[in-house]
Design a protein around this ligand. Structure first.
Ligand SMILES: [Zn+2]
Length: 150
Protein backbone atom coordinates (compact mmCIF):
# COMPACT_ATOMS: atom_id res chain seq x y z
CA UNK A 1 0.00 0.00 0.00
CA UNK A 2 1.33 3.41 -0.99
CA UNK A 3 1.70 5.86 1.84
CA UNK A 4 0.01 9.26 1.39
CA UNK A 5 2.40 12.15 1.76
CA UNK A 6 1.51 15.15 3.85
CA UNK A 7 2.23 18.37 1.95
CA UNK A 8 1.01 20.75 4.65
CA UNK A 9 4.57 21.88 5.30
CA UNK A 10 4.54 23.58 1.88
CA UNK A 11 1.55 25.78 2.69
CA UNK A 12 2.13 29.48 3.14
CA UNK A 13 0.00 32.52 3.91
CA UNK A 14 -0.06 36.25 3.75
CA UNK A 15 -1.40 38.44 6.50
CA UNK A 16 -3.24 41.64 5.67
CA UNK A 17 -6.48 42.71 4.09
CA UNK A 18 -7.92 42.30 0.64
CA UNK A 19 -10.14 45.25 -0.29
CA UNK A 20 -13.30 43.71 -1.74
CA UNK A 21 -16.66 45.19 -2.43
CA UNK A 22 -19.76 43.44 -3.58
CA UNK A 23 -23.07 44.53 -4.94
CA UNK A 24 -26.05 42.31 -4.30
CA UNK A 25 -28.72 42.60 -6.93
CA UNK A 26 -32.25 41.90 -5.81
CA UNK A 27 -33.20 40.10 -9.01
CA UNK A 28 -36.45 40.13 -10.96
CA UNK A 29 -38.77 39.14 -8.12
CA UNK A 30 -36.94 41.35 -5.62
CA UNK A 31 -37.30 44.31 -7.94
CA UNK A 32 -41.05 43.69 -8.21
CA UNK A 33 -41.25 43.44 -4.41
CA UNK A 34 -39.42 46.72 -3.80
CA UNK A 35 -41.34 48.58 -6.53
CA UNK A 36 -44.59 47.48 -4.90
CA UNK A 37 -43.36 48.58 -1.48
CA UNK A 38 -42.17 51.92 -2.84
CA UNK A 39 -45.18 52.75 -5.01
CA UNK A 40 -48.15 51.49 -3.02
CA UNK A 41 -46.77 50.36 0.35
CA UNK A 42 -47.81 46.76 -0.21
CA UNK A 43 -45.83 43.55 0.30
CA UNK A 44 -45.82 41.66 -3.00
CA UNK A 45 -46.23 37.91 -2.57
CA UNK A 46 -46.02 35.03 -5.02
CA UNK A 47 -48.03 31.84 -4.81
CA UNK A 48 -47.01 28.43 -6.05
CA UNK A 49 -49.74 26.97 -8.25
CA UNK A 50 -48.46 23.44 -7.56
CA UNK A 51 -48.13 23.38 -3.74
CA UNK A 52 -50.11 26.58 -2.91
CA UNK A 53 -47.33 27.98 -0.69
CA UNK A 54 -47.36 31.81 -0.58
CA UNK A 55 -44.02 33.62 -0.30
CA UNK A 56 -43.42 37.14 0.90
CA UNK A 57 -41.21 38.70 -0.33
CA UNK A 58 -42.19 37.20 -3.69
CA UNK A 59 -39.86 34.70 -5.38
CA UNK A 60 -39.40 33.49 -8.95
CA UNK A 61 -39.28 29.81 -8.02
CA UNK A 62 -40.87 27.74 -5.28
CA UNK A 63 -38.27 26.73 -2.67
CA UNK A 64 -40.36 23.68 -1.79
CA UNK A 65 -41.19 22.12 -5.17
CA UNK A 66 -39.04 24.25 -7.55
CA UNK A 67 -42.02 25.23 -9.70
CA UNK A 68 -41.91 28.62 -11.41
CA UNK A 69 -44.03 31.20 -9.58
CA UNK A 70 -46.19 33.35 -11.82
CA UNK A 71 -49.04 34.37 -9.53
CA UNK A 72 -48.33 37.64 -7.70
CA UNK A 73 -50.54 39.32 -5.13
CA UNK A 74 -50.16 42.49 -3.09
CA UNK A 75 -50.61 41.93 0.63
CA UNK A 76 -51.31 44.51 3.29
CA UNK A 77 -48.26 44.87 5.55
CA UNK A 78 -50.05 43.42 8.55
CA UNK A 79 -49.60 40.13 10.35
CA UNK A 80 -48.71 38.48 13.64
CA UNK A 81 -45.44 38.07 15.52
CA UNK A 82 -44.18 34.51 15.03
CA UNK A 83 -40.91 34.94 16.92
CA UNK A 84 -38.87 37.84 18.25
CA UNK A 85 -35.56 38.77 19.79
CA UNK A 86 -33.66 41.79 21.04
CA UNK A 87 -30.38 42.70 19.38
CA UNK A 88 -27.84 44.03 21.89
CA UNK A 89 -24.54 43.78 20.01
CA UNK A 90 -23.22 45.10 16.72
CA UNK A 91 -21.86 42.76 14.06
CA UNK A 92 -18.35 43.44 15.38
CA UNK A 93 -19.37 42.35 18.89
CA UNK A 94 -19.49 45.84 20.42
CA UNK A 95 -22.61 46.81 22.38
CA UNK A 96 -25.33 48.74 20.56
CA UNK A 97 -26.33 52.18 21.84
CA UNK A 98 -30.00 51.30 21.76
CA UNK A 99 -31.21 47.68 21.64
CA UNK A 100 -33.27 46.80 18.56
CA UNK A 101 -36.20 44.40 18.49
CA UNK A 102 -36.23 41.99 15.57
CA UNK A 103 -39.10 39.70 14.66
CA UNK A 104 -40.28 37.04 12.29
CA UNK A 105 -43.74 38.10 11.22
CA UNK A 106 -46.41 35.95 9.62
CA UNK A 107 -47.94 38.36 7.13
CA UNK A 108 -51.68 37.82 6.63
CA UNK A 109 -52.17 35.74 3.49
CA UNK A 110 -48.58 34.42 3.37
CA UNK A 111 -47.05 31.13 4.45
CA UNK A 112 -43.41 32.23 4.66
CA UNK A 113 -42.12 34.46 7.45
CA UNK A 114 -41.03 38.07 7.05
CA UNK A 115 -38.06 39.37 9.06
CA UNK A 116 -37.96 42.98 10.18
CA UNK A 117 -37.61 45.37 13.09
CA UNK A 118 -40.30 45.46 15.73
CA UNK A 119 -41.15 48.44 17.93
CA UNK A 120 -43.48 47.48 20.76
CA UNK A 121 -43.31 47.81 24.54
CA UNK A 122 -43.82 44.17 25.40
CA UNK A 123 -43.59 41.80 22.41
CA UNK A 124 -45.61 38.59 22.47
CA UNK A 125 -45.95 35.65 20.13
CA UNK A 126 -49.16 36.11 18.14
CA UNK A 127 -49.30 39.88 18.71
CA UNK A 128 -51.05 41.60 15.77
CA UNK A 129 -48.73 44.10 14.08
CA UNK A 130 -48.63 46.42 11.10
CA UNK A 131 -45.77 48.04 9.21
CA UNK A 132 -44.97 51.69 9.75
CA UNK A 133 -43.86 52.97 6.37
CA UNK A 134 -41.61 55.88 5.53
CA UNK A 135 -43.43 58.84 3.98
CA UNK A 136 -40.95 59.06 1.10
CA UNK A 137 -40.01 55.56 0.01
CA UNK A 138 -36.99 54.59 -2.07
CA UNK A 139 -37.62 50.94 -2.88
CA UNK A 140 -35.63 49.61 0.06
CA UNK A 141 -36.37 47.26 2.94
CA UNK A 142 -35.88 50.35 5.11
CA UNK A 143 -39.02 51.82 3.54
CA UNK A 144 -40.54 49.91 6.44
CA UNK A 145 -39.38 51.63 9.64
CA UNK A 146 -40.62 48.80 11.83
CA UNK A 147 -43.73 46.87 12.76
CA UNK A 148 -45.89 48.13 15.62
CA UNK A 149 -48.81 46.67 17.54
CA UNK A 150 -52.26 47.15 16.05
ZN1 LIG B 1 -44.37 24.83 -4.72
Amino acid sequence: MKELKNHNDKLTFFSGNIPLESLYTVGIAGDKFFQSLKNIGALLSSKCSRCNYVYVPCRLFCERCFDELKEYKELEPVGAVYSFSEVNIERDGSPVKTPVQAALIKINGADSLFYHRLNVKKPKIGMKVKAVLEKYRKGSINDIRYFEEI
